[in-house]
Ligand binder design. Structure first.
Ligand code: 4AZ
Length: 250
């Protein structure tokens, strides 16, 4: 996250940290129900990362390299579902579901550091200019070599797809399954390592997961806002996959 501030996990307790046993921190995610984390498909597009036994998921974590056993919960991956329409060349449908399982076979347990986030109702639209919040362990600037050691949060404003599809911004690279968000002075943005993590917006006193950090040119660059997967286009996919898979394969 570029700009914004360091936060304890308690202020975004749905944030998940996905690790690869060999490569370390991989991506963010959001806990949408006790057994399911929503993240970005492109986190797993490198063939190696798709090897489920090499992945672990942490909830309740405020620092990448510190362990606070009282606050965090660790999981293995029971199932990884990459959206069937995910397109690795333009990042359309950049969305994936991770089914988590603890060593004793359970799922996430609600606490001050671990909580699910609400999914917005089908096709809910917020107006351009609406302020939302992004969170993650991604880089604090494009130039830095490392991820942030500690969890950060930043405010960003939603852009209309018309604005984000202007030639100055991303032209025809923005599909209807994406939306853009940034700050008018380009002081805040997601960056490498924030992928898969949440963009949440407050509506009627609750936080809803509207976006999954997906891509962007650089980080906090002028006229290059962050691009997010439009979660409200995937309500049916999410409910089908998270319910169906309890009983059948695929
Ligand atoms: C990345 O590489 C990445 N500025 C994520 C978000 C953005 C850029 C890059 C948005 O994971």
């Amino acid at each position: 996250i570029v700009g914004g501030s360091f936060i304890p996990i308690e202020s975004h307790p749905w944030v998940a940290a996905i690790f690869h046993k060999r490569y370390g921190f991989l991506c963010g995610g959001s806990l949408i129900s006790p057994c399911w984390v929503l993240t970005a498909a492109h986190c797993f597009s490198d063939g190696e990362n798709t090897k489920i036994p090499h992945l672990s998921v942490y909830l309740g974590k405020s620092a990448i390299n510190d362990t606070d056993a009282d606050k965090e919960q660790k999981f293995i991956v029971e199932k990884l579902i990459i959206h069937q329409n995910y397109n690795d060349s333009n990042y359309n449908s950049d969305i994936a579901l991770v089914k988590i399982k603890s060593r004793n076979g359970g799922c996430a347990v609600r606490s001050s550091t671990v909580r699910t986030v609400c999914l917005p109702p089908l096709h809910t639209q917020l107006p351009a200019g609406f302020t939302c919040s992004i969170a993650g362990f991604g880089k604090e600037s494009f130039e830095l070599p490392r991820f942030s050691q500690y969890l950060k949060q930043a405010d960003v404003k939603l852009l209309s797809n018309a604005e984000c599809s202007s030639e100055l911004q991303y032209g025809n690279r923005i599909t209807e399954n994406m939306f853009c968000a940034g700050s008018p002075d380009s002081s805040t943005d997601a960056c490498k390592g924030d992928s898969g993590g949440p963009l949440v917006c407050e509506a009627s006193g609750r936080m809803f997961l509207f976006g999954v950090v997906s891509w962007g040119e650089g980080c906090a660059w002028k006229n290059k806002p962050g691009v997010y997967t439009r979660v409200t286009n995937y309500n049916k996919w999410i409910s089908a996959k998270t319910q169906l898979t309890e009983y059948t394969e695929g």
